[in-house]
Design a protein around this ligand. Sequence first.
Ligand code: UDP
Length: 195
Amino acid sequence: RNTVDILGVPVDKLNMREAVNTVTAFLSKDKLHAVYTPNAEIMMEAQRNPYLKDILCQSDLLVADGAGVVMASKILGLGLPERVAGFDLIKNLFAETDNTPMRFFLFGGKPGIAEQAKKNLLENYKNIEVVGVRNGYFNSSDEKEIIEEINTSKADILLVALGAPRQEIWIHEHKNLLNVKVCIGVGGSFDILSG
Ligand code: UDP
């Protein structure tokens, strides 16, 4: 990995195309890969929260979602090529299903939002597969069932939209139980996709 250190967090030096290629390469490996796209606010929160910082440091791919992070990198001469926003990354992955088959599971958002996002995705991307959806409002007693639902769906890519940094913490704390190849924290993306 070619990364730059921004406030103690390794950020991958990749443009959008390279980030998409990195994620599709993860699909052929036999382990779960955690992908985070923190904005400047989360990078700052990680300065105050060592647990969050540690989680970000343990990613398999971390790209800079936010003009601020890329601008800081330019000023500091660290050489991040461009902003790779989480929402743009997943849109590029959806489009990439024309070349590479990928099964998505949408986890998060208010009840009905992920279902509607799925419907819109199926209308917009002819080769996309969405093998499961689940809203993001649950108790810890529901987690076993949620993990089972994700694992039996045979999803390759789990999109987790619980808001930052809750989604990063959730991915980190459940990655040993999940049988997917890639987990991506995607913030409020389903709210946009369902519109
Ligand atoms: N959310 C959720 N469960 C929760 C809290 C939030 O699924 O317990 C969802 C919420 O419905 C929204 C997303 O997480 O879709 C958070 O979006 P927001 O834009 O606030 O997050 P950000 O992109 O800033 O991380």
